[in-house]
Design a protein around this ligand. Sequence first.
Ligand code: ZN
Ligand code: ZN
Length: 337
Amino acid sequence: MTTMRVAQIPGPKRPFEIVERPVPQPTPGTVRIKVSACGVCHSDALVKEGLWPGIQYPRVPGHEVAGAIDAVGEGVTHWKVDQRVGVGWNGGYCGRCDNCRRGNLFACETQQVTGISFDGGYGEYMIAPATAVARFPDELPPVDAAPLMCAGLTTFNALRNSGARSGDVVAVLGLGGLGHLGVQYAAKMGFNVVAIARGKDKDPLARQLGAAIYIDSQSQDPAAELQKLGGASVVIATVTAGAAMSAVVGGLAPNGTLMVIGAAESLQLSPVVLIGGQRSVKGWYSGMSIDSEDALAFSARTGVHSMNETFPFERVNEAYERMMSGKARFRVVLTMK
Ligand SMILES: [Zn+2]
Ligand SMILES: [Zn+2]
């Protein structure tokens, strides 16, 4: 195989085009991955719509990659051909800058993002820095693993770093691509899980995913309902509406935390509510490759599943529109032959 097909964005706001390119050779410190499946994440709109400064086009998006190592570059000692691996949003780290030296790898000064700084997984092959690569368990099919590389990792990692303890009330705000995974993880982690979303019709789904309680934010006041339970130790906010986040802050228990992982434009809160209850608002970066490994292994062990709509790679434009419509139940995944 000397050529491959990729789905590239030729420039901002242009449709995907499927083109043939030579199969790239791994450079020192990188591996080549034969892609089996790649999730279509809302953040791919940053490439498609030209919203990320400094992107060089054409660009191949895709940061929910699942496949297998196909070749390793010079100096790569700990990865082997045929290992099943994934790549997520984090595009590796240098290990030498001050942030890396302090252990804050996510804040590495090189700040590479898969599918934005370099070509991602919407193609038959991709090159990834070895530091960005995560192993995934044999029992997970690639289509199941792909969405866990971003949506799964982000919710899993935010929850396990939230400070909540087993038995605590933990609320998941939103029941979409992130939220439907968040509820499952929170339940498997042993929290008393409350799901908050709009509309009564989501109640059965929330309970099926593992929520003990469902709050319909259209007919109920979520803050008041959470307070009836003694307040939430943590609310994981997966929605992209700032107003919906603002509406739950009053439902936090003393010392409770609003963990923000949904990229809302702005958020309004009362400092008095924060001060009076020593409450905090915290953002959470998705995670590093080792966190992805933990998320994948946890998912395989506990049966956490992403619900996916799959599209063959050739139908990438349709898959993207489906994801952007907000109607997909719940993640959209491209599959390669
Ligand atoms: Zn993503
Ligand atoms: Zn660094």
